[in-house]
Design a binder for this molecule. Structure first.
Ligand code: ARG
Length: 273
């Protein structure tokens, strides 16, 4: 049997999303953002609704948090926290422009009654923490402080593996890598330091390797439920490779949100209860 014919199994997820009512590109905190390029909240909203509908049609549950006027990046819910085993590790944003999002997401989880750890160290939630069955992969280099990796490990009691990002276009781990299921990942090698690449090759000898072309349309900012993979439509090479490995590809168009440096995963925070 080859990986091509392997039966993939979906597990139902609970996601938190934030409607991009106040979406705009008014500042530039990553190389994708150009305030002069003009981004439309209306277009972003339509694309976001289609993403939400895609999750729901797969049987996933989507909760929403109210957007806040003046926080144009709040649509990127992945950055709002890291939730594992019903424990919430709060975000502490690297840039002042997004600082108020941390408490807003923490408040939403407090209302759910979940235990929350207010972070002492800078971290941007699931933007830089990706959870697999046995480990949490954690990015550093642009946003999340490596000290937050230890803080998350101590709070969540799961091993955290540090990976160093070296290309500013891939400023969050979730722009360069995504879990295919609880045991395997897809990634773009050019985003990582040489040592971190060796770690990835050792941990995931069967990983799907993406091209720079697919990475540059934020193809790695994808969401897999173990079988169905929601991925930016422009990532055609990666999509073909996913299909070849037995995954069901669900293409989405999030071109408007990409003007802020975000894709499907950025818009999606998983609630693991
Ligand atoms: N404009 C946002 C920022 O630079 C985009 C965040 C994308 N989120 C993500 N999980 N990669 O902070």
């Amino acid at each position: 049997m080859t990986t091509t014919t392997r039966e993939r199994v979906a597990t139902t997820r609970h996601f938190l999303m934030c409607r991009p009512e106040f979406f705009a590109v008014t500042y530039a905190i990553n190389p994708w953002m150009d305030p002069a390029a003009g981004a439309s909240a209306e277009k972003a909203l339509a694309q976001w609704e289609a993403l939400k509908a895609a999750y729901e049609s797969l049987g996933h549950r989507v909760s929403v948090i109210d957007p806040i006027d003046g926080l144009p990046d709040m649509v990127f819910a992945a950055n709002g926290a890291l939730v594992v085993d019903a424990h919430v590790y709060g975000a502490r944003f690297a840039h002042a422009e997004r600082a108020d999002e941390g408490p807003a997401y923490a408040k939403w989880f407090a209302e759910l009654g979940l235990p929350i750890k207010e972070a002492e160290f800078t971290n941007e939630g699931e933007g830089d923490f990706l959870t697999l069955d046995e480990v949490i992969l954690a990015g550093t280099g642009f946003r999340t402080d490596v000290a937050a990796h230890m803080e998350a490990q101590e709070f969540l009691g799961r091993p955290v593996v540090t990976l160093r990002l070296v290309d500013p276009r891939f400023y969050h781990l979730d722009t360069a890598l995504f879990p295919l299921d609880g045991r395997n990942v897809a990634y773009y090698p050019g985003a990582f330091s040489e040592g971190s690449l060796r770690v990835l090759r050792r941990m995931f000898p069967d990983a799907i390797i993406a091209s720079e072309e697919d990475a540059l349309v934020l193809g790695l900012n994808a969401v897999s439920d173990g079988k169905n993979v929601i991925v930016n439509a422009e990532a055609t090479g990666l999509s073909a490779e996913l299909s070849r490995h037995g995954y069901s590809v669900i293409p989405v168009d999030l071109s408007e949100l990409r003007k802020a440096g975000g894709g499907p995963k950025c818009c999606t925070l998983e609630i693991r209860l």
